[in-house]
Design a protein around this ligand. Structure first.
Ligand code: NDP
Length: 462
């Protein structure tokens, strides 16, 4: 059978666009369907606009620092509307680059929502009506979307989707959740002068991260005026004349704020794709089942990125796209290695981490050596501030390999990108230490930690 396309990609986010371009560059006939703007979560309503908001909010601390360094900074004011317009221009520019790159590679962009009608057939419904297409191979790269838990009054809460477009900044906000998005937006709003409360149902923020990182970050966020309420699960959100009130059952008193934002996780965007028509299997949480080559149970259909729920990070989706193109269009079977992927939380201060936490390392390897430094960076000592940086190395005792590097402090994401090179190469602590320090930096602390750290509670266990 002659198909309309050699490859049909559903979703023009970071993963879908990369795969479509790489496939089209081999001469394959490629089309991509996108129901929204080109760029996906990362560019349109995720990493990119979030980072602009982090930059905007960090200036408030920057002005204080500048005064301490001798600058006469008059009382600074922030123009949210002006910032939003500039941010939206930049997002439109980036989305345009994605579209241009698709065109340049020779891939056709179709505006519309694609759903399977059979194993090789899809219906694309867009502003100009719907169209049936056929494709030899199909790639699902539809990403994820915000999830709102089913509680009373949830319709009054915003999510990160709306936080990027608020008409005015609220005077106060309560953010529910303790993951990436919750801590990042808590820092953003607090930095922009919004009275900020973070309410998390668990015993500490950032579950899954190293415990020292979690405790240290929570402390630093509190120093910046963010109120953190732990063990607080929403029972309901009440709307009153004065704003919203978050109720937590008997565990905490009600908390009134102007705005409530839910950052309680995302779900795979697989609903509506009619995967059944193509016989593609899903997991119970809606993620698409794939093997290490991103191939589904239907041999001509693949899935990459957040819709597979493996590791929901933009660079991972891109690497899965490259591996897909190598496997399918270059006859070079490639499986992306999901181990030792560095990650950053753009909280204030930010977190950078690669490898495993101390607790996971003890579980995996038994005995581990821990190196830890906590200090005020020189800029902070000059301004008389209280912010502290945390650096921690986790080393497997037997092999002396670095299995985890964790940093909380200014530029942590930049540092961890390079630390990840060494960790991924299987660097030992001795090799790490062999690298001469670079002075004066905060990063030099990383290669000058000689004394093992034995906290009281683990002394005798290690
Ligand atoms: P996360 O999975 O990181 O965190 C979700 C948070 O919500 C957790 O604290 C979770 O608690 C809590 N939660 C889940 N369900 C409920 C519920 N029903 N009621 C109350 N609390 C609940 O999700 P995010 O939304 O923060 O981010 C989504 C994903 O996007 C991340 O996993 C990450 O992969 C990606 N991302 C990456 C960023 C980066 O690289 N810097 C930035 C932003 C997002 P508990 O821990 O108890 O389960």
């Amino acid at each position: 059978m002659a198909y309309d396309y050699d490859l049909f990609v559903i979703g023009a986010g970071s993963g879908g666009v990369r795969a479509a371009r790489l496939a089209a560059m081999t001469g394959a006939r490629v089309a991509v369907a996108e129901a929204d703007r080109v760029g996906g979560t990362c560019v349109i309503r995720g990493c990119v606009p979030k980072k602009f908001m982090v930059y905007a909010s960090e200036f408030s601390h920057g002005f204080e620092d500048a005064r301490a360094f001798g600058w006469n900074v008059p009382a600074a004011t922030f123009d949210w509307v002006k910032f939003l317009a500039r941010k939206d221009d930049e997002i439109a520019r980036l989305s345009g680059i994605y579209t241009t790159n698709l065109n340049k590679a020779g891939a056709l962009l179709m505006h519309g929502f694609a759903a399977f009608t059979g194993p090789h057939t899809l219906k694309v419904s867009g502003p100009d009506g719907s169209k049936e297409i056929t494709a030899d191979k199909i790639l699902i790269a539809t990403g994820g979307h915000v999830h709102r838990p089913d509680i009373d009054g949830i319709e009054h809460a915003i999510t990160s989707d709306e936080a990027f477009h608020l008409r005015t900044l609220p005077k106060s906000i309560l953010i529910a959740g303790g993951g990436y998005i919750a801590v990042e937006f808590a820092g953003i709003f607090a930095g922009l002068g919004v009275e900020t409360t973070l309410a998390y149902r668990g015993d500490n923020i950032l579950r899954g991260f190293d415990d020292d990182v979690r405790t240290h970050l929570a402390g630093e966020m509190e120093k910046r005026g963010i109120r953190i309420i732990l063990g607080a699960a929403h029972a309901k959100i009440e709307k009153t004349d004065k704003g919203l009130v978050s109720h937590f059952g008997d565990s905490h008193p009600p908390c009134p704020t102007e705005t409530v934002m839910f950052a309680t996780g995302r779900r795979a965007s697989s609903g509506g794709l009619n995967l059944k028509a193509a016989g593609v299997k899903e997991n119970p949480d809606g993620t698409v089942c794939v093997d290490k080559f991103s191939q589904t149970n239907a041999p001509h259909i693949w899935a990459i990125g957040d819709v597979t729920g493996r590791l929901n990070l933009t660079p991972v989706a891109i690497r899965e796209a490259v591996a897909f193109a190598d496997t399918v269009f270059h006859d070079k079977p490639t499986a992306f290695d999901h181990a030792l992927v560095p990650t950053a939380v753009f909280s204030q201060p930010p977190v950078g981490t690669v490898g495993v936490s101390e607790a996971t390392a003890r579980h995996l390897y038994g005995k581990v050596d821990i190196y830890r430094a906590k200090f005020r960076p020189m800029k902070v000592t000059f301004t008389g501030g209280r912010d502290q940086t945390l650096m921690k190395l986790v080393v497997e005792e037997k092999t002396q390999k670095l299995v985890g590097v964790h940093i909380v402090g200014p530029d942590a994401p930049e540092m961890i990108q390079l630390a990840a090179v060494a960790v991924k190469m299987g660097c030992t602590k001795a090799q790490w230490d062999d690298t001469c320090a670079l002075h004066p930096t905060a990063a030099e602390e990383l290669v000058t930690m000689r004394e093992k750290y034995v906290p009281n509670e683990v002394a005798g266990r290690n």
